[in-house]
Design a protein around this ligand. Sequence first.
Ligand code: UDP
Length: 324
Amino acid sequence: MSDSNPTPGRFGRVLVTGGAGFIGSHLCRRLIAEGSEVIVFDNLLTGHMSNVEELLGNPRFSFEHYDVTNYLYVKGPLDAVLHFASPASPADFEKLPIQILKVGSLGTHKALGLAKAKGARFLLASTSECYGDPEVSPQPETYWGNVNPVGIRGVYDEAKRFSEAMTMAYRRHHGVETRIVRIFNTFGPRMQVDDGRAIPNFFTQAIRGEDVTVYGDGSQTRSINYVSNLVDGIWRLLGSDYDAPVNIGSDFEISMLDLAKTIVELVGSDSKIVHRELPADDPKVRRPDITVARRELGWEPEIEPAEGLRRTRDYFVEALRAGV
Ligand code: UDP
């Protein structure tokens, strides 16, 4: 096993692009708890100030409203650049296709350039979408994927695949220390009510007593991971010496129909489950092989999906009551 216990303070000063997003904001909290100074650049396209509001008064946190597809400038030293900026909900793939392609390509290039200039470690938030609609399950990191480059999901999948290729080029050509995390379906507090992904939709609909929309027959599967588990994996990866891509996700695989039923029951709602058209290229299965994360990072998903769903229900009940 490699260095799974990063030295505290080793990442003294860190830039997080997309730090006001769902995952980015959880990551910022963890970095601050680990003693880092955190700088966030976020253009708030899908991120929200409410995600980082309580960090704003912290002297080790700063926020800049900035589009990271432009030249990046940070005064002073940086120990790490964590590139988390990107819309990530399939609902955004139709609405924000050019922005997604730009932040995955130009944004990754700028973030890598900054890491190179500062001699900083670079960590890329990549995705299970690199595997597309997989013909192999579970998906190991060695699987090359089954992606439709001209389909509706292509904007996200190809941007992320490009960002991995760019990251590897900076590693091989410029010697930048790089890490790549392939993030599988992650859920938890601070997902937006109007995010459009399955878990926020199901909770929002169930709590409001609206019809719960399952796309297609609901037999397609995802493996759902609570956000703090993911953040722990990212923290371990950042400090490890393992430089190939690493899947971080749960191996709890569930069909979307069963997930919808579970959420309706958890909310205690009398919502009906209704079926809507399945979006094009929607992956039929998705489940990570997490052997590498276990072996190289000593990582294990700590919070079970059932507990994560209870916490997420409480968050959505509160968010809807507060009108967030
Ligand atoms: N889905 C659904 N109802 C919704 C939203 C999504 O049945 O209201 C399905 C979607 O078609 C996919 C799965 O849930 O099969 C997961 O979709 P999500 O948008 O959460 O993310 P993905 O894993 O596809 O990136």
